[in-house]
Design a protein around this ligand. Structure first.
Ligand SMILES: Nc1ncnc2c1ncn2[C@@H]1O[C@H](COP(=O)(O)OP(=O)(O)OP(=O)(O)O)[C@@H](O)[C@H]1O
Ligand SMILES: [Mg+2]
Length: 443
């Protein structure tokens, strides 16, 4: 499952909707009701931001459709972009090609950020002119290949002509860099990044809508030392180190790939990070690993996570479940939430409660307005009733199909009735199958 699919049902949630004293507003940031759980989550966010929570774990427990996943998304939004937030579903652990423990280790390391400060020597300026020299391809008479490039860079105070090699020329072509763009060239590695397009070039092109960053031509010298701050995760660093020839500069050009990483690589990364931190060139940011539907985890996984949380470097783990007392997978022991007791010991539990019909109404409305869906009062009342009888999640899920059935006009009660018949909720489909089974056996 891709990240966007997983969160699309929660796209109306922009935060926890708390005031400056961490009190929940009844309706804010797309959040409605569930006051205590939101306030508890707010305190968790505060502790995480202050770095006081590493190695701890939280469990969000509550009935289906009571906003557990929504709450976790709200926490992620409050933490901001710099704090890693990794969202997995319990069942994913079994569905990857790599070993379970390897998957878990990588996932945990994706949830720990390293904010690196680095001084790098760069050329920076607007491209005033750009010439690429081509030579004949050695084997193919019909093809020419770039051999070198001459580029004139300009700032408001200086102008410089640079003669660059083939690899530079290739990068320019690959990234579609052209005159008027503002670029940075890393002196040590020779790598090029386009930071944006200059104001005058943007005006000349006359785009009405453009996704490029429009920037002022930089001032000062063309060659300069500049501080770069970027947040990577330990897993990013592991990946870089496990590919030869990669260094920190290469992260300016993202990549991602999933494969097994050797323990020696991780050890080396840990040592390097430790050094960077001691030299004051990096800070560690413990992020959050959110494991949704954790009733899918088995005893081995829990043991692994429990041990990981005791390590010096560990993210905050947030579990969510809608199970009460149930067996721990892989054992025949019953325990609260199906979690082993030693883990339960270190958990802070946030419970979510079933929604009042008023809250449900507001949540359905929030979803509808996010999707630009219009719905009549009748239809809304009926959806709330459905939400109360089965689950809010199911009621929310019916919105888009009903909108389709209504031909993207205002949803009326009959449209809801139609999709209610067409799409079954879990309880009805299970009842149906059980009935069928009986009929097949006895009938
Ligand atoms: N307090 C809330 N404010 C706004 N929207 C909410 C709130 N609670 C839940 N929702 C929305 O209602 C829908 C159902 O909630 P959600 O999926 O978070 O429930 P859940 O507790 O995770 O359910 P499950 O146990 O089935 O996983 C989602 O679209 C969610 O974004
Ligand atoms: Mg959920």
């Amino acid at each position: 499952m891709k990240e966007w699919e997983r969160i699309s049902a929660h796209s109306h949630i922009l935060g926890l909707g708390l005031d400056e004293n961490y009190k929940a507003l009844r309706k804010a940031d797309g959040m409605v009701g569930q006051t205590e759980a939101r306030e508890a989550a707010g305190i968790v966010v505060k502790m995480i931001k202050e770095g006081k929570f590493a190695g701890n774990a939280i469990l969000i427990a509550g009935p289906p459709g009571s906003g557990k996943t929504a709450l976790a998304i709200g926490i992620a939004k409050e933490l901001g972009k710099d704090v890693p937030f990794v969202h997995i579903a319990g069942s994913e652990i079994y569905s990857t090609e790599i070993k379970k423990t390897e998957f878990l280790t990588q996932t945990l390391r994706r949830a720990i950020g390293v904010r690196i400060h680095e001084m790098r020597k760069i050329y920076e300026g607007k491209i005033e002119s750009l010439d690429i020299d081509y030579v004949q391809h050695p084997y193919n008479p019909y093809q020419k290949i770039p051999a070198s490039a001459t580029v004139t860079l300009k700032t408001r105070d200086e102008k410089k002509r640079l003669k660059m090699d083939q690899s530079f020329a290739m990068q320019i072509l690959q990234q579609g860099i052209e005159g008027g763009d503002i670029i940075q060239i890393d002196v040590d590695s020779g790598r090029v990044v386009k930071v944006g397009i200059s104001k005058d070039a943007a005006e000349k092109k006359g785009y009405d809508l453009s996704y490029e960053r429009v920037l002022d031509t930089p001032s000062g010298p063309i060659v300069k030392e500049k501080e770069f701050i970027y947040t990577l995760t330990l897993n990013d660093l592991d990946m870089m180190r496990s590919r030869s020839g990669m260094d920190i500069a290469s992260l300016l050009f993202g990549f991602s790939e999933r494969k097994e990483i050797g323990e020696d690589v991780r050890k080396r990364v840990d040592e390097e990070v430790k050094e960077l931190v001691e030299e004051g060139r990096a800070e560690l940011i413990p992020g959050v690993l959110f494991i949704d539907e954790c009733s899918m985890l088995d005893i081995e996984t829990y043991a692994f996570l429990n041990k990981a949380m005791e390590q010096e470097l560990s993210p905050i783990v947030i579990f969510a479940t809608n199970r009460g007392i149930t067996t721990v997978r892989g054992t025949d022991i019953k325990s609260p939430f199906g979690m082993p007791l030693d883990l339960l010991d270190r958990l802070l539990v946030i419970t979510t409660k079933k929604y009042s019909s008023e809250d449900m109404r507001d949540i359905i409305l929030a979803r509808a307005s996010k999707e630009n869906i219009k719905i009549s009062d009748d239809a809304l009342n009926y959806l709330v009733e459905i939400g109360e009888n089965s689950s809010l999640r199911y009621a929310v899920q019916l919105l888009v199909p009903a909108w389709e059935v209504a031909n993207k006009n205002e949803i009326k009660k009959e449209h809801i009735e139609r999709v209610y018949k067409l799409f079954s909720d879990v309880k009805r489909s299970v009842d149906y199958l059980q009935k069928m089974e009986k009929e097949m056996i006895y009938g």
